[in-house]
Design a binder for this molecule. Structure first.
Ligand code: AKB
Length: 370
């Protein structure tokens, strides 16, 4: 296990006897990590309460060295594997962890090339983090709030006719995933509910509710700042980024392919909002959210409007196409709207005009200027 540790003004390195109160983010170098760390820092800065609990250290773990702009958002960073028990034991010794955001995962396409490895990382890593949370709760006596990003990949529609007829799918329907990643995310949801409500059910020294588990089944996510890697919904963001960078793009799904998407700012806002909601308001542990459900052709039309020289062709990859065809067209997010005030910020058009185009054009204008 390698570890790199850096401190900023908030918290000195955890070398003293007193454990530092902390929020742990795993997979911090991934597509969500950048935005989430900014949001966590903003929330900490705006918190006028006093004391460590109001200003916990932000610690990040990733399998790779974190980029400088990520590291500067954290108080301490560690390069290591969430399957590494020694790393987690060390974190247990150094920190009093109050919240965990477990973002580390192999996404759906990458997981299909190494499904057993995906299981080890996606399920083994999640089990390790839930165990760490439970041990933390036992050691400091407070429930650990745990965010688990699940996915529309937990759904498995048997065929296109059923997909088109199903309409907006609620959380309890069609949970028959066709991918290892979907199986892993569904397992993670069940494990989280177990640690929240039933952990060590028969143990005499049982600690009630050590983990406060909360999860969102994210659709495809489009970020102006980061490119996804290894996902099957990647065709949306890839198409936009390729056009902005002046590259030809071969879309790996049919033009009529349709699944739900949202923007990264919406995904981060939903995460923070769910994690700040009083537990008594939550009628379930796992929630759908969704903003818009464009077809791949809808994406291409908007991209061509914004980048008239965009060279987009459709060359379906039958394997990846079959994954997209098994995912829902739209998800019913009424439970999230009811329990914790989720509300989509963007329509597809607004996502382009208000978020993606201004930010992506600027990103590639800077890089092409170099
Ligand atoms: C993927 O495409 O694998 C992910 C997802 C939809 O969970 N972006």
């Amino acid at each position: 296990m390698l570890s790199t540790s850096n401190s900023n003004a908030h918290h000195a390195s955890p070398t003293g006897q007193q454990r530092t109160t902390a929020i742990l983010v795993t997979g911090a170098g991934g597509e969500m990590g950048h935005g989430l760390l900014s949001a966590l820092n903003a929330a900490r800065t705006s918190n006028s309460s006093v004391g460590d609990d109001a200003h916990p250290a932000i610690i990040a773990v990733d399998i790779r060295e974190l980029a400088p702009e990520i590291r500067e958002q954290c108080d301490h960073t560690y390069v290591g594997d969430v399957c590494d028990h020694a790393l987690l034991e060390r974190l247990l010794a150094m920190y009093e962890i109050s919240e965990i955001y477990h973002l580390a995962a192999l996404l759906s396409t990458r997981s299909e090339f190494a499904p057993e490895t995906a299981h080890q990382v996606n399920v083994g890593g999640t089990l390790n983090l839930l165990h760490l949370a439970a041990e933390q709760a036992r050691s400091h006596g407070r429930t650990v709030r745990f965010f688990f990003p699940s996915s529309i990949a937990v759904y498995g529609l048997p065929d296109l006719a059923t997909k088109h007829a199903a309409g907006a799918i609620s959380e309890g329907k069609f949970c028959d995933p066709h991918t290892m990643y979907g199986c892993n995310k569904l397992t993670g949801e069940h494990l989280g509910r177990y640690y929240d409500h039933h952990y060590r059910k028969l143990a005499k020294d049982r600690f009630e509710n050590p983990v406060d588990f909360r999860s969102i089944r994210f659709p495809g996510i489009i970020s102006a700042e980061t490119m996804p890697s290894g996902g099957t919904s990647d065709y949306g963001p890839e198409m936009i980024h390729a056009a902005a960078a002046g590259r030809e793009y071969h879309c790996f799904v049919r033009p009529d392919s349709r699944i739900p998407f949202m923007t990264m700012p919406e995904a981060i806002d939903a995460t923070v909002r769910l994690m700040r909601t009083p537990k008594k308001n939550l009628k379930r542990s796992v929630y759908n959210v969704s903003s818009f459900s464009p077809s791949a052709e809808d994406f291409a039309s908007l991209v061509r409007q914004a980048f008239p020289k965009a060279a987009i062709t459709f060359q379906p990859d039958l394997g990846r196409q079959s994954i997209i065809d098994s995912w829902p067209e739209t998800c019913d997010d009424s439970a999230a709207r009811r329990d914790w005030g989720w509300n989509a910020t963007h329509t597809l058009q607004a996502a382009f005009s208000q978020y993606l185009l201004p930010r992506i054009a600027g990103r590639y204008a800077k890089t092409s200027a170099h």
